[in-house]
Design a binder for this molecule. Structure first.
Ligand code: HPA
Length: 239
């Protein structure tokens, strides 16, 4: 079988899939963390892999950037490949003064300027929230290994380059922790299809302090976050 955007066989994905934006990051995660990793799709160079981690079957697939691209892959994974748990592992731009580069953010909820959840929800405002069991599993694992995490509301932006210079201040004033580009769409999709979703984010930029990780810091930070997330997910039997 295949779908319009995924050329994998039926059953090729595990019920839990990590979703980085960058398909080369998906390849890196599979090569670095999975045993017996098999590439299961490469349509449009959006690579997906299935392997095992701590004896549990798990998959990773790139989604591209932004809600439209990530929603295509997440929808097809859920509808056609039976995926139940979708965990975005990505980066974000902090807006709170007390967040620093390298900090870990768990997106309890996601505000957005995207209209996707209004389209799903008869024009009303949907409170896009994470799966509590997934959030709890990652937060508990972080506590076990002594890694501090911030849990709260993020903002999933349609525009990476906002034309509004005061946007980060507006978000900070409402308690938003950080900006990224996918979580609100993923959480809306999970609600629509009865799946579970979570976004685990490393602060790679600070939008109000003009601070940015270099390539090496990004790699190290995202690897640490990925390992923490896999350790958390692979302690729970997947459904
Ligand atoms: N904006 C949106 N998404 C991001 C950013 C940002 O500044 N940094 C990392 N992901």
């Amino acid at each position: 079988m295949s779908t319009p955007h995924i050329d994998a066989e039926a059953g090729a994905f595990a019920s839990t899939v990590l979703l980085p934006g960058d398909p080369l990051r998906a390849r890196h995660i599979a090569e670095r963390f999975f045993s017996d990793a098999v590439q299961v799709t490469s349509a449009r160079n959006m690579f997906g892999y299935t392997g095992t981690y701590r004896g549990q079957r798990v998959s990773v697939m790139g989604t591209g950037m932004g809600i439209p691209s990530s929603s295509i892959y997440a929808t097809e994974l859920i509808r056609h490949y039976g995926v139940k748990r979708l965990v975005r592992v990505g980066t974000c731009g902090a807006v709170q003064d007390d967040l620093a580069l390298g900090d870990l953010v768990l997106a309890l909820s996601a505000s957005t300027d995207s209209a996707v959840n209004r389209q799903r929800f008869a024009g009303m405002d949907f409170g896009a929230g994470a799966s509590y069991p997934l959030l709890r599993a990652v937060a508990d694992q972080a506590e076990r290994v002594g890694v501090p995490v911030r849990v709260g509301n993020v903002f999933s932006a349609d525009l990476f380059y906002s034309p509004r210079p005061d946007m980060a201040d507006t978000l900070a004033a409402m308690g938003i922790l950080a900006v990224e580009m996918e979580a609100a769409g993923l959480y809306g999709l999970a609600a629509e299809f009865g799946a579970e979703a979570l976004a685990v984010l490393t602060v790679s930029d600070h939008l109000r302090h003009d601070a940015h990780m270099d390539v090496h810091q990004r790699q190290t930070g995202v690897d640490a976050m990925t390992e923490l997330t896999l350790d958390a997910l692979c302690q729970q039997p997947s459904k």
